[in-house]
Design a protein around this ligand. Structure first.
Ligand code: FES
Length: 106
């Protein structure tokens, strides 16, 4: 499953991850520095914040309440397309997903 990450400096990173992996895990394993993911995916840090390209928004399940609550702690401005990448599970429907990283995670 291919993912395109637009980094805060506008450079782009192409990643490929297995179905069932979280976007956060795939990005961290690939060394994407713009995702900190301090809590390791347990939804307690909000340092894995990403902006999902609006064209992909309706392909993702809506955020659960605990994800929305934790997003309130994200350092960068939260927008309608904000998600926590540890809660984005890769599925075949997400092949080609584009996300933009915020300028900061702290
Ligand atoms: Fe901590 Fe996503 S990795 S909330």
């Amino acid at each position: 499953i291919k993912i395109r990450i637009i980094n805060a400096d506008q450079s782009e990173t192409e990643l490929s991850g297995a179905p069932g992996s979280s976007l956060m895990k795939v990005a961290v394993d690939a060394g994407v520095s713009g995702i900190a993911a301090d809590c390791g995916g347990t939804l307690t840090c909000a340092t894995c914040h990403v902006y999902v390209d609006p064209a992909w928004a309706d392909k993702l399940p809506a955020p659960a309440t605990d994800e929305s609550d934790m997003l309130d702690f994200a350092a960068a401005p939260v927008r309608p397309e904000s998600r926590l990448s540890c809660q984005i599970v890769l599925t075949p429907e997400l092949d080609g997903l584009v996300v933009t990283l915020p300028a900061n995670q702290y």
